[in-house]
Design a protein around this ligand. Structure first.
Ligand code: GAP
Length: 452
């Protein structure tokens, strides 16, 4: 199967099997906003847990944070979002479509989808105007400009404004980082491609504060940049994303923000017309953000190095990855349809690594007699407090395997005719289809060793 239609297949699988639903579907849906269903929420949570573990729990130089979505409006003036977080927008007076002026070649004319907007005889495009992507709302009961607040368009600013709180409370020394996972909102003009570009999404961001002048923690600022670039690529590879579908894209002079010293995106090949797209940015942001917050708040945001008797505003190396976009990458990477001997319909498989799989094991009785359902139920109940497992006794064993393959369950445990006498079960591996016999007493350890 080509990669071209994988996104369409994933939309359908996600709805059918409870990964992702369109938001407010019964009202006709909300544009480019999605709800995670029972399996999707587990998958995304597993992904976020892995990030949190790699970036916070397993390190003593990165601290966690959960900052509020609503921030003081001056934050967004300091960050540059009020003035500059805009896309050029054009309207078509004829069809009422709205398009990004700088991405017209990627857009389709709603009345003639083989052409881009502006190429149909009746198109009437307006001049481009800047459209700010931040969602505005009001704090308190009065809807006036003095009460305007924004839904944050990135989580990073919550980290910058808490830089000294965290550093002092945790007695951290530069270099150190602050990490958080949270919702961000952007009123994208051209969202789309399922959960790739949405108006409400989750980011996992880490800002690593380094000495701007001298090596600290054994590395210069640029060496820390290289360190994080490599570490983040390794993290994506450990999710099971195929090496040839991942690469770095370096920001050229046109893309690089004026304050940035260097910036690379980690791109994943989603296939089809989407192709290679950014899933994470690794940016050297110099001292831009802290200096701006210092200027706009009037509060010093300097780090005091008591040993060297120096004070300075640190440079920041940022790693910023989308939880939803990476979830989509994991789904696209794992989706496959393949032939199975003796089964005309073949099977659909989500080849997720066991640690990400929403269900770790399907538990089946081979038949509904000889005490097999009772024994399988006992096994499922013993495993459930430790791992998400699913008991299933409906339909043929082949059908039950297929159901689990399609949601990415790595193991299926079957209680069969030998189980009662030998106190053992067969365990079938999703990818190799190999089966092995495992003692019931050893089952917890057997699964634990493979899913963590
Ligand atoms: N603080 C830096 C920052 O926000 P970004 O490149 O705008 O950088 C970082 O966003 C990541 O957030 C992207 O690589 C992507 O994974 C995710 N992201 C950004 N906009 C998104 C959207 N509209 N929908 C889904 N994910 C998005």
């Amino acid at each position: 199967m080509s990669r071209t239609d994988v996104l369409e297949k994933l939309v359908s699988l996600s709805k059918r099997r409870g990964f992702i639903f369109q938001s407010s579907e019964i009202y006709g849906g909300t544009g480019s906003v999605w709800d995670y269903g029972p399996l999707g929420v587990e998958l995304k949570k597993n992904l976020k847990d892995r990030w949190w573990h790699a970036m916070v729990r397993s390190r003593d130089d990165v601290e966690g944070l959960d900052a509020a979505i609503l921030m003081h409006p001056r934050t967004w003036e300091a960050s540059g979002h009020v003035a500059g977080f805009t896309d050029p927008l054009v309207d078509c007076k004829a069809c009422k479509g709205r398009f990004r002026a700088d991405k017209l070649e990627d857009a389709r004319c709603p009345r003639k989808p083989s052409r881009q907007p502006g190429q149909h005889a009746d198109c009437e495009l307006t001049e481009p105007r800047n459209f700010n992507l931040m969602f505005k709302t009001f704090m308190g009961p009065v809807e006036e400009s003095a009460a305007t607040v924004y839904l944050r368009p990135e989580t990073a600013q919550g980290i910058f404004v808490n830089f000294l709180n965290v550093q002092q409370a945790r007695r951290q020394k530069v270099p150190f980082g602050i990490a958080q996972i949270g919702k961000a909102f952007r009123n994208e003009i051209t969202p789309g491609n399922f959960i790739f570009r949405t108006r409400e999404f989750e980011q996992m961001e880490m800002q690593f504060f380094v000495d701007p002048g001298q090596p600290a923690g054994g590395r210069t600022d640029m060496e820390w940049f290289e360190y994080w670039k490599a570490a983040r690529m390794e993290w994506h590879l450990a999710l099971g994303l195929e090496r040839e579908r991942l690469h770095f894209h370096q920001h050229g002079p046109q893309e690089l923000a004026h304050y940035a010293r260097a910036a690379f995106d980690i791109q994943f090949d989603f296939g089809g017309t989407l192709g290679f797209q950014e899933i994470e940015g690794v940016h050297h942001r110099s001292d831009f953000d802290l200096s701006r917050h210092q200027e706009y708040s009037g509060k010093k945001l300097e780090y005091v190095d008591q040993v060297a008797n120096r004070r300075y505003v640190p440079f920041v190396i940022e790693t910023s990855v989308g939880a939803d976009r990476t979830t989509l990458a994991v789904l696209a990477n794992g989706y496959r349809e393949e032939a199975v001997p003796g089964e005309p319909d073949g099977r659909t498989v989500l080849g997720l690594i066991p640690a990400l799989a929403p269900v770790k094991a399907g538990i089946f009785p081979l038949t509904k007699k000889d005490g097999q359902p009772e024994m399988a139920t006992r096994i499922a109940e013993a495993l459930r407090p430790l791992f998400p497992v699913e008991y299933d006794d409906s339909g043929s064993i082949g059908k039950r395997y297929r159901r689990q393959d399609e949601i990415g369950t790595p193991f299926c445990v079957t209680v069969d005719g030998e189980s009662a006498a030998s106190d053992s079960v067969t365990v079938r591996h999703r990818d190799s289809l190999q089966q092995e016999r495992v003692g019931v007493d050893a089952l917890v350890g057997w699964i634990a060793a493979r899913v963590r």
